[in-house]
Structure formats: C-alpha cells, structure tokens
Write a protein that binds this ligand. Structure first.
Ligand code: ZN
Length: 286
C-alpha cells in the first residue's frame, strides 16, 4: 500500500491515480493521515480490498503533502553509513548517534526552502514511519512496528550544527522546511527486500550520493529495537536513518546549497522528492 496526502486529504496511491480514503470508506476512515496511522492495520486491511475503479483522482505531484505531517517524535541518526562516517573523519559508531529534527521542519515532497545564513548541506535519507505503539520491541519483530518507508532530506545548516563544544545537532537541522518527506509512505510488503534499497541524491541532475540501505551500520529493525528499548514510540513517529557518503561539506572544496540549486532525493520503490532553494534575503519572518 502507498499512502499519500493529496490537497490535505489521505489517499491510497496506485500509479498516477489515487483513492480518497474518507470518501471511499464512506466516512468510516479519517481523511487525516495521523488518525489513520493510529489504526494502521485496519487501514491496510481496508485498502487491500479496493477495486481498481475507486482510483479516480489524478495525482498531481505538486499537490502532495508530507505523508506524515505532524509526527510527535522525529528521530535522526548520525554516521549510519560507514563511507559517510569515514568522510566525516570518524570510525563507524558502536551505538546509534541520535538527534532530533524538531517536527516543525517536516514538509512535503516538492518544496522551495529558504536558505538561512550559513552553510546549508544535503543528506538524502530513508525514513521509517512507526505504525503502532512500540516499547521494548525485539529486533526480529521490529518490522512489525513500521507502518512504511518514505524518502527524506535531512537538510543541515553546518555552522549551527557544529558550533559549541560539544556540538548540538538538532537546531541546525530544524530550520523551516529542512525536513522534506514523501512523496508517499510505502508499506514494507511492497519491496522485494525492504532492508536493501538503492538510495540516490542528485544535485542539479548529478548523483552526489549513491548507496544501498543495506550498508547501514544499524539497519531499520536494529534502530527501532534500540530506540524502543529506551522510550515508547508512537504511530507516526519518524526515524531518519542516516545518510550515505557525498555530502557537500566533505567535498574538496566544500560545496553548499545556493538559490540556483535543484536537489532530488530518490529511493528505489518509493519515489523521489524535489527541493529548490531561495536566497536568505528573500526570507521575511512574520
Ligand atoms: Zn542525517
């Protein structure tokens, strides 16, 4: 099943067409994706029986919003691909290095991001979405806690991220629009192997990041087991699972995002998200 949010309403996506969940269920199910995630198994069972003819809304990619617009908790993991840890000057960590992207930065798949002052960088990431109350789940049952997978960008302003001793990652990764996600949430059964997906980040059409998710130091089930060993996870919580090598601040010379740039983040079997950028002088805080 592929869950999308089209013009603010939850839909099941099938190719270029979508089915409005609230209408097709005659109000039995909510139009709000957060409510649907609270009762996810029921939604999946309902969606599995849908006839082809209910997919009657054309999907306009630009009308898609974040599949999970209001997560309660957003986890993100640093240095989870060995080549990225190496380019950052570290050996792979022995424990997951966890920070947050504050939920106000979460947006949809096709956005324009205002660049704050500083050095803004890209990080394509697989994002796991929690689908049930989860506390102390074992690694071998952790996939059962996942509603599905989506694509995310952990956009990062490096000056804010790395200032201070010790540095504090979360604020520099939480500027408005720094957490684009989408285009849809895809359930694990849609993949041949949800632990091994091609992941690619393209800057102005050129692949700057490219790996497979099986390279992760801590794969999705292990991350969920380790996080839930400490605290309860809730439906709709997001886990940004780390980025492959090829970020801008490790290039020589370093390369940061500018107002002319065009960023595409793509994961096999899910799709792609697309960001453009505007210059700092175009930011007018309310
Ligand atoms: Zn990241």
């Amino acid at each position: 099943m592929r869950l999308g949010v089209l013009d603010g309403r939850a839909v099941v996506v099938n190719g270029d067409w979508a089915c409005d969940i609230a209408s097709a269920s005659r109000g039995l199910l909510s139009r709000d994706p957060m409510t649907l995630l609270e009762d996810w198994l029921r939604v999946r069972d309902w969606a599995a029986g849908l006839p082809e003819k209910v997919y009657d809304i054309p999907v306009d990619p630009n009308a898609l919003g974040a599949p999970v617009p209001r997560p309660r908790q957003v986890f993100a993991v640093a240095l989870n691909y060995p080549p990225h840890a190496a380019e950052a000057g570290f050996t792979p960590p022995e424990e997951p290095l966890v920070f947050t992207k504050f939920p106000s930065c979460i947006t949809g798949p096709h956005t324009t991001v205002a660049l704050p002052d500083g050095k803004v960088d890209w990080e394509v990431e697989l994002v796991a979405v929690i689908g049930r109350e989860t506390y102390r789940v074992s690694e071998d049952r952790a996939w059962e806690a996942v509603a599905g997978l989506t694509v995310g960008q952990d956009i990062s302003e490096r000056v804010t991220q790395l200032q201070g001793k010790p540095a504090q990652f979360s604020i520099g990764k939480s500027f408005p629009g720094f957490g684009p996600t989408g285009p849809v949430l895809v359930t694990a059964d849609e993949f041949d192997n949800p632990d091994d997906l091609e992941i690619t980040g393209l800057l102005n059409g050129r692949a700057v990041q490219h790996d497979r998710t099986k390279s992760m130091v801590f794969p999705v089930p292990e991350l969920i087991a380790r996080l839930s060993a400490v605290l309860p996870l809730s439906p709709g919580d997001l886990v940004f699972t780390g980025t492959p090598a090829g970020v801008g601040n490790r290039m020589n010379p370093p390369r940061y995002l500018t107002a002319e740039d065009d960023l595409v983040s793509r994961i096999q079997g899910i799709g792609e998200i697309h960001q453009r950028f505007t210059a700092p002088e175009d930011i007018h805080p309310a």
